[in-house]
Ligand binder design. Structure first.
Ligand code: APR
Length: 312
């Protein structure tokens, strides 16, 4: 395996945190790209990360830029560029503003990194992944969105806290759209292989599911200014590593569906097999009637957001 390169579009909180993780774990050289007016902070963050290399023992190159030419040869392009919803901005306004950012960014990727795999994080992420898929014309396996790893990580954290056990021993799966309508599959949740239903009462599980659904808002409320970025960056790191190292991980990802789970022409979070070609396969698991109904409601919510898209 030759040297790997990851471009991150949007050198904000998540972009810079991810750049540090990729460098520190020596996974890839990194390009951190932002708008021309933010080129200097992007360069500053890249230089600052580089200067931690002698201490943390990594030699990966990290470059801050606003020039799309610098993303040439990237194996993966991560999109964290966008704006957050501000007071007075409607949800549809936000969707259209971020969709126009996706259009701009996708143009740069098509021109300079046409063979890359794209991972989208910008919210509303299911609709933005759909926009990037449509605007890029890339094959569906090379356009992924991140939400399920983060939602599952939050869910695992809360379960571990409730039981006072290691977070890493909790496993489970969260499907559907990112946000209030996500669908945690209780049947798949285990702690060291023991079903969660044998360890926690139903009302405690329900409270954890509810907290998971509102996990993003909980962090927004605490930070006061901005949204979560450590766990989101870690989630993208896991996807990028799976692709760059062809790990064939079974991870939830937002991907374009053509009939899987009964949905068509929508990007939605489902279990996938991730390897060097991006989404190698969508994994279909049997759902209970209740889970099916929840997933349908989640897909309907994503469709509604999608209907506000203008260009895709
Ligand atoms: N091209 C390049 N960069 C852009 C563009 C653009 N057209 N528009 C905005 N950006 C940059 C901003 O300048 C900023 O540096 O995207 C960056 C976004 O960073 P933050 O505001 O710090 O946002 P962050 O917390 O990293 O979240 C990024 O991920 O989790 C989601 O909802 C979140 O959509 C948001 C995204």
């Amino acid at each position: 395996m030759g040297k790997r390169k990851v471009a991150i579009i949007g050198a904000g909180h998540t972009g810079a945190t991810l750049a540090f993780m990729l460098a520190e774990k020596t996974l890839a050289d990194v390009v951190l790209l932002d708008k021309p007016e933010n080129e200097k902070p992007a360069r500053g963050k890249a230089l600052d990360i580089s200067e931690s290399g002698p201490i943390f023992n990594f030699n990966n190159k990290i470059k801050g830029t606003s020039d799309y030419q610098d993303i040439t040869g990237s194996d993966i392009v991560v999109i964290t560029a966008g704006v957050a919803r501000k007071p007075g901005m409607s949800r549809d306004d936000l969707i259209q503003i971020n969709e126009s950012v996706m259009a701009q960014v996708t143009e740069g990727i098509k021109t300079y990194a046409p063979d890359s795999t794209i991972i989208v994080l910008t919210n509303p992420v299911d609709a933005m992944t759909y926009a990037v898929y449509k605007l890029s014309g890339f094959p569906k396996n090379r356009v992924l969105g991140q939400s399920g790893i983060l939602d599952t990580a939050r869910y695992r954290t809360f379960i571990a806290e409730a039981l006072d056990v290691a977070r890493t021993d909790v496993s489970g799966l969260v499907l559907g759209g990112h946000g209030d309508t996500m669908v945690p599959l209780l049947s798949t949740t285990t702690v060291g292989g023991v079903p969660i239903t044998e360890l926690l009462e139903q009302d405690k599980i329900d409270a954890i599911v509810d907290r998971t659904r509102k996990g993003g808002a909980e962090i927004v409320g605490l930070l006061g200014n901005g949204s979560a970025y450590y766990a989101p960056a870690a989630a993208i790191f896991e996807m990028a590593a799976a692709i760059l190292k062809d790990e064939r991980r079974v991870l939830p990802a937002i991907t374009y569906l053509e009939g899987e789970y009964g949905f068509n022409d929508i990007c939605l979070g489902v279990p996938t097999l991730i390897g060097e070609n991006g989404v190698e396969q969508v994994i279909e698991t049997k759902l209970s009637d209740d889970e099916k109904a929840q997933l349908k409601a989640s897909a309907d919510a994503v469709e509604e957001v999608k209907s506000a898209l203008k260009y895709s």
